[in-house]
Design a protein around this ligand. Sequence first.
Ligand code: SAH
Ligand code: SF4
Ligand code: F3S
Length: 450
Amino acid sequence: MSNKSFLIKTFGCQMNDRDSEIMGQLLSEDGYIETSETDQADLIILNTCSIRAKAEQKVMSLLGVLRKHKKRNPKLIICVAGCVAQQEGQELIRRMPHVNLVVGTQNIYHIVQLINSLGKHEVATTLVDNYSIPAFIPNLKQHNVGGEPEIFRKFLTIMQGCNNYCSYCVVPFTRGREVSRSVSHIIEEAKSLIKGGVKEITLLGQNVNSYGQTNSVTEPAVPYSFAELLRAVAKIDGLKRLRFTTSNPKDLSDDLMSCFAEIDILCPQFHLPVQSGSNAILTAMHRRYTRELYLEKVTALRKYCPEIALTTDVIVGFPGETDADFEDTMSLLEEVQYHGSYSFKYSDRPGTRSADFENKVDEKIKSERLARFQKRQDEIGLAYNRGYVGKTIPVMIERNEFDKMVGRAETNHLVHFTDLSSCTVAGDIIDATVTHAGQHSLQGKLPGKD
Ligand code: SAH
Ligand code: SF4
Ligand code: F3S
């Protein structure tokens, strides 16, 4: 048992958010106390992301700052976890000798043992194929890392890793081979979250659509498709909202799409990363679907759920992307009309195939393409948001304190309230009439109020 304090700083995607919570809970159970003050922490964990060069640079510069803290407090333990840790391993300690512990993505469950038996340095970055994700019973009181008040809204990891090897992506190297968790572990974890007051669960994986299809070498494949898993989770008593992310379009089944027509609590929101509208670029990216197939899936999805809010990820300036290829991405944006998107300039990542491709696109052209894409996406997104004005929609309250009430629509829009409801607590679902639309959020009032 320890009475030391820890601070976890999380970068990257929701998988890292969830991993930070798990590390936080394990440390709390060992007696560690969470702090938000860098100066007070005995242990600082950076849970890192290496998806683009910029994400990695952020970690490196924060590590530079922490070097000074360590000089003032030599007993401070600095730990790097997550995708940069996995990728860099020993090299990280060579470059940053003030780092004490490097913990890979499959090793987070051993965080307490690693810290308690730490010498000067330790690197724990084993990444194996026959990996099974341990059962984990969340303790909501303890794992709320970052002091987030939203205990009614949680992520649940259903699979680790990725087998797709898109040519630009580090994830298969940082998270390993794709492994699906057992259905019983997932249901058990979901039940325990709901028992603790959670009302909304987001199922997480890099490619949830292939859940159950691939498994570790030693474990049999899970005899469940993702659609079946969704149905099973949706049946748990007390769950009010269900979401999932992320999906690779190539594995999007009709059965999964039909869930949107069938499961009441499945929120009408779908993140379906397209990356590019050009078939030549999609091939070079090794995405294994065509623009035409993608558009067919979008049409089918909207048949099952006409009001679905579609979002996507786009990479501009992939090696070899011509003006014509980029125009294909712009025309796809016009055809699909996304509610929103995340768009990025292509970034070379170590170990990926595209890092060795020729015909790299000039940074200036990448910036121009990104700005053009984002400007048009902003217009389309704002037009969608304006379409909600005057409508009454269910909103789950996230925060209701002092003079602020904020909630979330089923479509994932944040809704800021202009009036307050004194009898509403976080986690309640109330009807709100949308009064105003911003670029990234809506404004609402309680129905019947002026
Ligand atoms: N599993 C998800 C993506 C996870 S990474 C999927 O397959 O869709 C999140 C996003 O980061 C990707 O969708 C992609 O748009 C972007 N990304 C990944 N690698 C990148 C790179 N090397 N350069 C720029 N963007 C990248
Ligand atoms: Fe990366 Fe592709 Fe796997 Fe997504 S599907 S995590 S982009 S390799
Ligand atoms: Fe980043 Fe790793 Fe997630 S690279 S996006 S934290 S899987």
